[in-house]
Design a protein around this ligand. Structure first.
Ligand SMILES: Nc1nc2c(c(=O)[nH]1)N[C@H]1C(S)=C(S)[C@@H](COP(=O)(O)OP(=O)(O)OC[C@H]3O[C@@H](n4cnc5c(=O)[nH]c(N)nc54)[C@H](O)[C@@H]3O)O[C@H]1N2
Ligand SMILES: Nc1nc2c(c(=O)[nH]1)N[C@H]1C(S)=C(S)[C@@H](COP(=O)(O)OP(=O)(O)OC[C@H]3O[C@@H](n4cnc5c(=O)[nH]c(N)nc54)[C@H](O)[C@@H]3O)O[C@H]1N2
Ligand code: SF4
Ligand SMILES: [Mo]
Length: 909
């Protein structure tokens, strides 16, 4: 980015993942113009991934929530209102509901993408003003098993390691984490560390062969949900071989005998059969762990999102305790956090069972401490609802007013049919959102526009306990306001109604005022933040907690003295037996559905979905199956299928993919009902949850795939005004059985519509679509054969294609799309229009395969890379000649995989 005199640079953070990269935002005081990695930030030292480096290209104003909007009755449209009216109305409805039905008839559902100050404001509002523990967050779907695991095993919810430990370890175990996609900059750091010290050993435990496996010395492709027996089996071998640390166990832990008795049964043979892993690989894995001078494990949703999520967490921590691999450089159990401020949410106590400062809502003393600090008589003692239970209660009519902030549950919660019903039936739904077009916004009776990335101030804590000051670069658009301000403003209005005449608990005029109040709730606790302030963070840069008063620096590592924050000071071994994933596969549902991340998309895609180039790596929703499963069902790669679970179904293309094991299916989590007809990925997933952490089992549902016969097909592409067109076209897709509507394009943003049906739709629907595509007048080539229900349109302006619509016969789609991409509209195109049923020039490609873009920074396709490999280029040559992998590096693992593949497999793509 080129800085000119009128531009300013503001140091802030990336708003996506928990790596917590520092960014330098380039702006003119009004608009964000560019972004680059902050070379000073200790998380990324200047690096950014494909998502972080495109932040300035996101946030299209036509997708943003700009004004408060209020619906005055179900069935009516919302209309614009002002902030005073909006918040007074909300306060009146909440106060009335609370008076009539009690404080537990309302609930707050918030998010790990809020800043710490926002979180604190919500938490104080719910517990102190409303008097309910019904405040839960999307972290319930994300980190709650790690919270339960750490607390149970070590006594406090504190990841003890830091990023340098990952670089320094001798043996790294990565379990249920695809960090190449989900924590890319940390993966870049790991790549560099492994290149410097090739003797470092890396083990990946994941049912899929992910890009993360590119660095692995050993990949254990286990059966879904079998991590507990795997970890117990490893401990069995470690004990048998004498690779445990007896002294550490005796001096610093308790509960080993019970665990020893339990793992006796987890023999290598038994574990090998249960997990589907060769005995030899188990032995190798145990040897790598047992013989390593230092051993560190990283994990993420593959462990947490499970009906035995807390057992998985504790079983892994057991391995560290048994080998004494904790509290030293390069050692320890290190849970990766997903969202940018998942940690801040845990610290401020923003799950229904927690209270600020790593306290528990179920602990009377903790409640009294917080109540005293806030100056209220008491805090509520009834148990609060957790995410799945909370939406069940909304569905059952027990929650009558629901406040949702910074989350899109109508896309991200399991069992979407119930979620949509719940939101539709809830008497009053408030949605505090930065983007107006999410699935959840549709149900908002009150939509409150929130400031978003680059527009707000506060703090966040990343995966390594490091707190960064998030700085505002530009004003929020139109009437959007920062979350802390919305929440505090509402809280003051509610207090006035519920506790009239009393001093306000929300006398905050800045996020800093919230931080300064909050931090003393951590005093003398494991996360003590009392030595921190905005001024200190500005002067000394991001800091790790604990950072008590008087400290001169944060704490890079915990438990160096092997003293644990339990009653006895000893860590606990946890002996949980294996429990299989809850939903059984049977003859009707034979496959296990796994869901997770794409490299370039973020959750429901409200933000990444505004940068069309981020769709180049995965152009549409596809379900991946092993080639054997396709063969068994007589399915072709790219064919449309019905994907069904016991709760719902989707129609989408199937993709042949040997990185998925036979018996498994993989579908990215990102698809909701905006870009695909149906209620999205989570219409299929199961609400079954872990008994302790209450985290739902998003990584396993029993599903089946079957052929659908939809001979009539539609393909359309239109350039420009992507967000508005998306909103206008989406309702029309209900007229098809299958429909996908996805942005694309690098220089020229466009929208691609693919649809299919058993019989041709009526002409009125096509005419409506044509109108939205700008194909019903102007410079349009048209061909119609009504007898065959075939119709084709191409709009050509200034010698370039700007819109395409092929109905009934779509063989020319890839050819036309490539003409559009290359900005050509030559004589060949006109000739083809005269005889359009002849085979189009150029060859067709299966969706989701060969032609996709691998490098989204430099717009380099898989085909171009394979051709380069065919010419004998290596990674350095590819980088130099094609540019791929030379920018953010997110695509390097995939390029390496292409380099490693035999040529026959790569060239035919
Ligand atoms: N690109 C991108 N990055 C993100 C996000 C995003 O939306 N997009 N979201 C962020 C958030 S909030 C989170 S929580 C993290 C998630 O980060 P990750 O957890 O790394 O990502 P996932 O793809 O959800 O799941 C990780 C892996 O778990 C594997 N898995 C499934 N079942 C099992 C099992 O039974 N055992 C084991 N061992 N593994 C299993 C899956 O195959 C998958 O590869 O990513 C963060 N980073
Ligand atoms: N099948 C399946 N489902 C999953 C998962 C999975 O692996 N598989 N993973 C789960 C996990 S780990 C997670 S974390 C969840 C995430 O699920 P969600 O919580 O739904 O995540 P987002 O789509 O990121 O929602 C955040 C919303 O906040 C809005 N927003 C952005 N910035 C701001 C802001 O500053 N203020 C406000 N008020 N709003 C803002 C965004 O536009 C967006 O709509 O999904 C879960 N769902
Ligand atoms: S790794 Fe990528 S998404 Fe995560 S914080 Fe860094 S730049 Fe953002
Ligand atoms: Mo997450």
């Amino acid at each position: 980015m080129t800085a000119n005199p009128a531009t300013h640079i503001t140091a802030s953070t990336c708003c996506y993942c928990g790596v917590g990269c520092g960014v330098l935002i380039e702006h003119d005081g009004e608009q964000i113009l560019g972004v680059k990695g902050d070379p000073q930030h200790p998380a990324n030292f200047g690096k950014l991934c494909s998502k972080g480096s495109t932040l300035h290209l996101t946030g299209d104003l036509s997708a943003r929530a700009l004004y408060p909007e209020l619906r005055l009755g179900k069935g009516l449209a919302r209309s614009r209102t002002d902030w005073d009216n909006a918040l007074d109305h909300a306060a009146n409805v909440f106060a009335e509901t609370i008076r009539e039905h009690g404080p537990d008839s309302v609930a707050f559902y918030i998010s790990g993408q809020l800043l710490t100050e926002d979180y604190y404001a919500f938490n104080k509002l719910a517990r102190a003003v409303v008097g309910t523990n019904n405040i839960d967050s999307n972290s319930r779907l994300c980190m709650s098993s790690a919270v339960a695991g750490y607390k149970r095993s070590l006594g406090a919810d504190a990841p003890p390691c830091n990023y340098e430990d990952i670089e320094q370890t001798d043996c790294l175990l990565i379990a249920g984490s695809n960090m190449a996609y989900a924590h890319p900059v940390l993966f870049r750091r790991l790549e560099e560390a492994k290149a410097k010290r090739p003797e470092m050993r890396i083990i990946v435990i994941d049912p899929r062969r992910t890009d993360t496996c590119e660095l692995a010395d050993l990949h254990l492709a286990l059966q879904p949900g079998t991590d507990v027996p795997l970890f117990h089996g490893l401990l069995h071998i470690l004990m048998w071989e004498g690779w445990i640390d007896r002294r550490f166990i005796d001096q610093h832990t308790e509960g080993f005998d019970a665990l020893k008795t339990l793992v006796r049964d987890y023999t290598p043979q038994m574990v090998s059969e249960l997990c589907g892993i060769p005995v030899a690989d188990l032995q190798t894995c145990a040897r790598l762990i047992g013989s390593a001078p230092s051993f560190l494990s990283l994990w993420c949703m593959g462990l947490n999102q499970s009906s035995s999520g807390s057992a998985k967490n504790s079983a892994l921590i057991n391995l560290h305790l048994a080998t004494g691999q904790i509290g030293r450089a390069g050692a320890g159990p290190f849970s990766l956090t997903g969202q940018p401020n998942a940690m801040g949410g845990r610290e401020t106590g923003s799950l229904s069972n927690l209270l600020p400062g790593h306290r528990d809502a179920g602990n009377r003393q903790h409640r009294e401490e917080v109540a005293r600090y806030w100056g209220v008589e008491q805090l509520p003692d009834s148990a609060g609802l957790t995410a799945v239970e909370l939406f069940d209660a909304v569905h059952a009519g027990r929650i009558k007013a629901l406040w949702i902030a910074c989350s899109n549950p109508a896309q991200s919660m399991p069992n979407q049919t119930l979620i949509h019903q719940a939101l539709a039936s809830c008497p009053f739904v408030v949605v505090q959102e930065a983007f107006a077009n999410t699935e959840t916004c549709r149900y908002a009776d009150l939509l409150l526009p929130a400031a978003s990335w680059g527009e707000k101030e506060g703090t966040v804590t990343n995966s390594e306990r490091r707190i960064t000051h998030v700085r505002q670069a530009v004003p929020a658009p139109a009437e959007a306001r920062p979350d802390w301000a919305i929440t505090s403003d509402f809280a003051r209005r509610l207090e006035a109604l519920l506790r009239p005449g009393q001093a306000s608990l929300f006398d905050f005029d800045s996020p800093q005022a919230l931080f300064d109040e909050y931090k003393y709730l951590t005093e003398h606790r494991d996360l003590d933040l009392c030595g921190l302030s905005y001024a200190l963070l500005d002067a000394q840069g991001p800091q790790q907690w604990p950072f008590p008063r008087g400290a001169s620096a944060g704490s890079p590592r915990l438990y160096a003295n092997a003293q644990f924050p339990t009653l006895t000071g000893r860590a606990h071994f946890i002996a949980d037996a294996y429990r299989a994933p809850q939903e059984k596969r049977d003859t009707r549902f034979t496959l296990s559905l796994n869901t997770g991340r794409l490299r370039d998309q973020w959750h429901g895609m409200s933000r990444t979905g505004t940068a069309p180039r981020l769709f180049a790596h995965a152009e549409e929703a596809v379900v991946s199956l092993h080639p054997d499963e396709l063969r068994r069902r007589r399915l072709q790669d790219g064919q449309l299928v019905s994907l069904k679970s016991r709760r719902g179904s989707l129609v989408l293309p199937v993709h042949s993919d040997d990185s998925v094991r036979s018996g498994h299916a993989y579908l990215p989590m990102h698809w909701g009902d905006r870009f695909l007809k149906g209620l999205g990925t989570n219409v299929l997933t199961s609400p079954a949850f872990d008994p302790l952490s209450k985290q739902p089992e998003l990584k396993h549902a029993a599903v089946e795939v079957s052929k659908v016969d939809l001979p009539w097909q539609l393909f359309a592409l239109v350039e420009g005004d992507v967000q508005n067109r998306l909103g206008a076209l989406r309702p029309l897709l209900e007229g098809f059985t299958y429909a996908s509507l996805v942005p694309c394009g690098h220089e020229h943003p466009a929208l691609v519509l693919r649809a299919a049906a058993a019989v041709p739709p009526d002409n009125a629907l096509l005419a409506q679509i044509d109108q939205l595509l700008g194909l019903n007048d102007g410079p349009v080539l048209a061909y119609d054969d009504p007898r065959k229900a075939v119709g084709k349109r191409v709009r050509i302006e200034d010698g370039r294609i700007t819109a395409i619509r092929l109905a009934g016969e779509t063989a020319a789609r890839d050819w036309l799309k490539s003409l559009w991409q290359e900005q050509r509209a030559d004589a060949e195109l006109r000739r083809w229009f005269l005889a359009p049923l002849s085979t189009p020039p150029g060859s067709a490609e299966a969706p989701g395969s060969g032609g996709k873009t691998v490098c989204s920074c430099m717009n380099v396709s898989r085909n171009a890379i394979c051709a380069g490999i065919g010419r004998g280029l290596d990674l350095a040559g590819l980088k130099q000649e094609l540019g791929c992998g030379s920018q953010c590096g997110s695509c390097v693992p995939e390029i390496k995989q292409l380099l490693a593949k035999p040529m026959s497999a790569t060239v035919n793509a």
